[in-house]
Design a protein around this ligand. Structure first.
Ligand SMILES: [Zn+2]
Ligand SMILES: [Zn+2]
Length: 468
């Protein structure tokens, strides 16, 4: 492995730097693409050059981004190792685009503080998990973990807030804010905003076009948090394409302290590797009844994720759907349909009295397929009017509704639901967190979210639509 940071290697390959320029970048601490983007946004002299600007854009465009799920795979393994290798470190936080819950991202950053940063950096350099050291200073070390560059920043306590803020990005937001305040160090990120005369912004909102305006006017509501979530209304078991048996999924959800969950396997003609026949559905019903006796503290709703067929009908007879506690409907199969027909199918499901939730409404596949082209304003209006929830699906492949669409939906009066869409126990919590992160990108508040409410209100939401 070459011992150079990826950015410098690429800049050389592009012919964008000579030795003198490279030294200037290094002197200025510019060793990652995020550093360069910030320096460009900041018009810092070492980087203020059209050649570098073009090179940064080219590198950003041709670098294969990392999915948020993969980023968490790496961080969830690395962070405990970091904490035990460097017991001096405090307030260890993933920063950068992970902290903003970007579905696809460039660059892993971890921020921590220590009384003696240089000593902590020494300890990081010795970690067996670091398969290479690409760059180091007294406050920073760029290592390779699982083939990815990971930027570890260690600050002193009095500058922790400043480092957390600048590494979180995005670059244009950081540059805009820094223009508003006298340069000084902040121990807390809140203080960075206060010094600039602004209200603190949750990291997930800093990309929003009106973020700065809201921070200026103090219009920053309390957004939904993981601990607001009382239950998970979308998960799969081995009755369909889930990896683990019903009992294990239920126990896993119970261990998370949920007040309620819904078991929602795929309907018979869904494109999943395994689906529910009516016979399997009855067997599942009996098993859920037994589990309800074993775990009386948690409500177990028996549901289904039913496919919306090409003609707009549902892939399950109404009398069976009516016997379930909750029905989720999904447009998994586009059937080659155009905007008009996809919209019509989605609206048909929304108008169906037994459908309470539309799962991953745009059916986007992060990095592989844009969401469907549909008439979203019409979908939001119909969902709000009919009492149908639209889902924010936390599976890293979906993250759908996206933050942007979730914001449009709640602005249109839609109730959203944040689900894990989990296929295995160990992702139940993590996918819920990614769903919450996505919701926060859409400025979603607890009051907008169905599953921040107690089980009785979830049942009432379902019953209300069914009674119409
Ligand atoms: Zn689905
Ligand atoms: Zn699903």
């Amino acid at each position: 492995m070459t011992a150079d940071p990826f950015l410098l290697r690429r800049l050389r390959e592009l012919g964008a730097v000579d030795a003198a320029r490279e030294q200037a970048l290094l002197r200025d601490g510019i060793v990652t693409l995020a550093d360069l983007e910030l320096a460009l946004a900041d018009r810092r002299t070492s980087a203020d050059d059209p050649v570098l600007r073009d090179a940064a854009a080219a590198i950003a465009a041709d670098t294969r981004p990392l999915g948020l799920g993969r980023a968490w795979d790496i961080l969830e393994q690395f962070l405990p190792l970091l904490a035990s290798a460097c017991p001096d470190l405090q307030a260890i936080e993933p920063s950068g685009p992970v902290r903003r819950s970007e579905p696809l991202l460039n660059g892993l950053v971890v921020v921590a503080r220590a009384a003696d940063p240089a000593r902590a950096i020494d300890a990081v350099a010795r970690m067996p998990a670091a398969s290479g050291v690409l760059h180091r200073t007294a406050r920073r070390i760029l290592i390779v973990v699982e083939g990815q560059e990971l930027d570890v920043r260690v600050s002193t306590p009095d500058e922790y807030g400043s480092v957390l803020f600048t590494t979180t990005g995005p670059a244009h937001h950081v540059a805009d804010l820094l223009k508003r305040r006298a340069p000084r160090l902040s121990a807390s990120e809140q203080d960075v905003y206060v010094q600039a005369g602004l209200t603190w912004l949750p990291p997930e909102t800093r990309d929003a076009p009106d973020a700065m305006e809201r921070a200026r006017e103090g219009m920053v509501p309390r957004l939904v948090e993981r601990h607001d979530i009382r239950g998970d209304l979308h998960m799969h078991t081995t009755y369909s394409d889930g990896r683990e048996p019903l009992r294990r999924m239920v126990q896993g959800a119970h261990a998370l302290g949920y007040e309620y969950i819904a078991i929602t396997d795929h309907s018979e003609h869904a494109g999943a590797s395994r689906t529910l026949t009516s016979e399997l559905l009855e067997r599942q019903r009996a098993e859920i009844a037994r589990l309800r006796h074993e775990l009386p503290r948690m409500a177990i709703l028996h549901g289904i994720e039913v496919d919306i067929m090409p003609d707009g009908s549902l892939d399950c007879p109404d009398e069976i759907l009516a016997s379930l506690d909750i029905v989720l409907a999904s447009l998994h199969d586009a059937a080659g349909h155009d905007r008009r027909r996809l919209t019509r199918r989605c609206l048909a499901a929304i108008e169906h009295p037994l459908v309470s939730v539309i799962t991953h409404p745009a059916n986007q596949l992060v990095g592989r397929r844009e969401g469907y082209d549909m008439d979203y304003p019409a979908i939001y209006a119909a969902a709000a009017a009919s009492g149908t929830a639209l889902e924010i699906d936390g599976a890293p492949s979906h993250l759908d509704l996206s933050g942007e669409r979730a914001r449009e939906a709640v602005d249109a009066g839609v109730t959203v639901v944040i689900d894990s869409d989990c296929h295995r126990v160990r992702s139940l919590d993590r996918q819920m967190r990614m769903g919450v992160g996505t919701a926060r990108r859409g400025w979603v508040e607890p009051r907008h979210v169905l599953n921040t409410r107690p089980a009785s209100e979830v049942r009432a939401f379902v019953a209300h639509k069914r009674s119409r």
